[in-house]
Write a new protein. Structure first.
Length: 114
């Protein structure tokens, strides 16, 4: 993992800790440090060009964007239960889902960086 990728991953973990613990709002890819690096570079959705580095989420799931990660349940929960795209912790389930994203992203850290 490059230094730039590691820093973006660590910043993404901090973002989700802020959401889970401090009531910060999730703005999706607009405030995602990983998307800031990879979405603009190779659209994060797919990269069959092995010369390009992929987002660690994409590397892990093999799918585009954040599909197959806890954030999808987070988004769906807000749409279904809170009828809102203003994604902040509003209930115990929100907190659980935000913590799941923290745990998921933390699991992507290289063993020596965790």
């Amino acid at each position: 993992m490059t230094k730039e990728t590691l820093e973006a991953l660590q910043d993404s973990i901090e973002k989700w800790e802020g959401i889970a613990e401090d009531g910060e709002e999730d703005l999706g890819c607009l405030d995602c440090p990983l998307c800031g690096v990879f979405l603009r570079r190779n659209h994060c959705l797919q990269s069959f060009d092995t010369k390009r580095k992929k987002c660690p989420v994409n590397e892990d799931t093999g799918q585009g964007g954040c599909l197959a990660t806890p954030v999808i349940k987070w988004i769906k929960h807000h749409e279904d239960k809170h009828w809102s795209d203003n994604r902040v912790v509003r209930c115990p389930e929100c907190e659980k889902l935000a913590q799941a994203e923290v745990k998921y992203l933390t699991g992507l850290l290289p063993k020596h960086a965790g």
